[in-house]
Design a protein around this ligand. Structure first.
Ligand code: SF4
Length: 685
């Protein structure tokens, strides 16, 4: 029997590796290397290697389902569309919330935000970037004028020093970790700052184990030491930045002296000095961060502080340098780019900009709400506390009952949604609350594009038909729009037509068209048809800033929302394992991945465990002000004393039952990296 090989892009993390899907008898049966990708050069991690396994899982949704008398019954598309159209038609735009998907393609997200704004007339559209890198978008836009990773993944192999803070990329972005190991093999110094001695930290030449929630103190202390030694890049500061004197006055305060910072962060002063010396000695230092920086109430300030370190030392605008924000899910960059955000139309064109709104109104032939909508945390808070204001929700490819903090509050909110549509590839914990469930195709069953963390737009290619009568997400949205009287605005025949419509309206993608996206992809900004894409942002100037210069700001350390006390004496942090992705909807249906890592755990420091009389494997209960959750203890010296860790992939041990809902006030990103907890000691320990 003949095998067919269909090159596509990984559905798991934001690295955006390419591989072939192996197809036999019209069904995806395996994966095989695809060597021409500049991202991963034919290599993949375990998630990518097994990315075929969930595609034909027995529990894919195959038909629309409508809830009748508390039970889901199969329905035709026509029945589902008619019901949704009549229900949503009863509400005003302001009463409807729409959530896009970082798992879905650019075309799916473009279609959904157009549907929200054009058909529903609601400004309330957001997606899960709010949970992870909204702080990056806000922070980097404030100081650089662009909210994306400044450099390219391949650059990391050429750096002389990798300064990694809050990123366990060896597990969360393994093929980016590979580039960092290539740099190490070439002699680069690797510095890792993380309260947990992660797989990434174990590869470091210098490991800095700071207390949770003290990143700004650490960075300000480093920057003070750099300035005191005269190691700042005076030329870069003079020619390419503004606001330096005010920033300097802030970091030179006595509270950021090595001695004081050492007390706040718990990091020996000698280690802080060594990190600064290595950055000073390196020609090129690349800063790398991820959710350990962004998921704090000071997420935006954390992001800015990482940027300031790079500005201060002139490590911007060149290969091997920059601020490398590693995006979590496969297409979280693309979903942001497509305008699945409450303040931005595609390409970060602001809804507060009358000219931008008019451009889209003229192109789409409809009114576009010219106001900033509400974010995901605000949506759920409104459903929970003021349900008269928000009535309906359209949810595409997200599972908030697992992924949002403080699940008890999300449960109350979802129960208050008068009409909930969930569009997904599997029944999820969230779809149980739905009134209508719509079956979508997965990445292996559609053509389209997605954009990885380094702004590279790459293709998805259809390898098999979807299950039952499932349809592409964008097709479902277009059909529903037609049912609601807007067929002319959604009359696309394929993903290519959607991409080209989007690119014509989105200057960052302006030089791209669907046919130009070849096996290497194209990195935005790509302004003209002749442009070959942009590997390094801000090479000559910071284009998004009014004067072309990056902006220093004075930023002070602030404590997390929840600090430990006698009642809750431990700080919980959350994160990923190499075996799973996000809420596990896909990876936990992969037998190979789930066999390797079938259950959750609570990581606890060896000394803490001894004091609490907890042994490895004891099932313990972690409790916080929000709730409690059980999992087996994993006793290890790798986690800092006083800190505990839980992964976030497991529905049977939902860590977000105990996380706190406090958010960064600017980005709305919740503080999933610090939560005060206590442990209930097992009776038979
Ligand atoms: Fe690459 Fe990430 Fe997929 Fe692994 S999960 S193969 S690192 S894109």
């Amino acid at each position: 029997m003949e095998f067919k090989y269909v090159p596509t892009t990984c559905p798991f993390c934001g690295t955006g590796c390419s591989f072939n899907l192996v197809v036999k008898d019209g069904k995806v049966v395996g994966t095989a290397p695809f060597h021409r990708s500049p991202v991963n050069e034919g290599k993949v991690c375990q998630k990518g290697a097994n990315a075929n396994e969930f595609v034909n899982a027995h529990d894919r949704i195959k038909t629309p389902l409508i809830k009748k008398d508390g039970k889901f019954v199969e329905a035709t598309w026509e029945e589902a569309y008619k019901l949704i159209a009549s229900k949503l038609g009863q509400y005003s735009g302001e009463q409807i919330a729409v959530i896009g998907s970082a798992r879905a393609s650019n075309e799916d997200n473009y279609a959904l935000q157009k549907f929200a704004r054009c058909v529903m007339q609601t400004p309330n559209i957001d997606h899960c970037a709010r949970l992870c890198h909204a702080s990056t978008v806000e922070g980097l836009t404030q100081i650089f004028g662009s909210g994306a990773m400044t450099n390219s993944i391949s650059d990391l192999a050429d750096t002389n020093c990798a300064f990694i803070i809050g990123s366990n990329n060896f597990e969360a972005h393994p093929l980016i970790g590979r580039r960092i190991m290539q740099a190490k093999a070439n002699g680069a110094k690797i510095i890792v700052c993380d309260p947990r001695r992660t797989a990434t930290a174990k590869q470091a030449d210098l490991y800095i184990q700071q207390n949770s929630g003290t990143d700004i103190a650490l960075l300000n202390g480093m920057m003070q030491y750099i300035i005191k030694n005269g190691w700042e890049n005076k030329e870069f500061i003079q020619n390419r930045t503004l606001g330096y004197e005010e920033f300097k006055a802030c970091v030179m305060q006595d509270k950021y002296s090595l001695e004081n910072v050492s007390k706040v962060t718990g990091v020996p002063a000698e280690d802080i000095k060594t990190a600064c010396e290595w950055i000073h000695e390196a020609d090129k230092t690349a800063a790398v961060y991820s959710l350990g920086v962004t998921q704090h109430i000071v997420g935006v300030d954390n992001v800015c502080s990482v940027g300031f370190l790079q500005m201060l030392t002139g490590n911007m605008g060149k290969p091997g340098t920059g601020v490398n924000a590693l995006r979590g899910q496969n297409n979280v960059q693309g979903a942001c780019d497509m305008g699945a955000l409450p303040d931005s139309l595609p390409g970060y064109q602001k809804v507060s900009d009358a000219a931008a709104v008019k451009k889209f109104e003229d192109a789409w032939g409809c009114k576009v709400p010219a106001k900033v909508g509400i974010t995901i945390p605000e949506m759920f808070e409104t459903f929970d506390k003021e349900p008269s204001k928000l009535k309906a929700m359209y949810l595409m490819g997200e599972n908030p009952i697992l992924s949002e903090p403080d699940i008890a509050a999300i449960d109350r909110a979802l129960k208050n949604v008068e009409f909930l549509v969930v569009q997904d590839i599997f029944l999820t914990e969230t779809s149980e609350y739905a009134d209508v469930i719509l079956p979508a195709t997965c990445y292996a069953e559609k053509d389209g594009t997605q954009t990885n963390t380094e702004r590279r737009v790459q293709k998805l290619r259809k390898a098999q038909e979807g299950p039952g009568i499932a349809k592409n997400d964008w097709q479902i949205i277009a059909d529903l729009a037609a049912e609601m009287g807007h067929a002319d605005k959604f009359a696309w025949k394929n993903a290519s037509e959607i991409f080209d419509e989007m690119a014509a309206l989105t200057p960052l993608y302006g030089g791209m068209d669907y046919d130009r996206i070849n096996s290497e992809g194209l990195q935005w900004p790509c302004p003209t048809k002749e442009h070959m894409g942009t590997k390094v942002l801000h090479a000559e100037k910071f284009n998004g800033m009014p004067d072309g210069k990056a902006k220093f700001l004075p930023i002070e350390h602030r404590s997390p929302a929840e600090v430990t006390d006698a009642e809750y004496p431990f700080a919980l942090t959350t994160g990923a394992t190499i075996w799973h992705s996000q809420s596990g909807t896909m990876s936990r249906r992969s037998e190979s991945l789930n066999n390797e890592c079938p259950r959750s755990w609570i990581e606890i420091n060896t000394e803490d465990a001894k004091e609490l009389n907890i042994k490895n494997g004891d099932v313990i209960t972690a409790c916080s002000r929000s709730g409690e959750v059980n999992a087996p203890a994993k006793v290890t010296p790798d986690i800092k004393k006083g800190v505990m860790f839980m992964p976030y992939h497991f529905s049977e041990s939902r860590v977000n039952l105990i996380t706190n809902p406090s958010c960064d006030p600017v980005s709305g990103t919740p503080e999933l990296k610090v939560c005060a907890i206590n442990i209930k000691i097992p009776k038979e320990a």
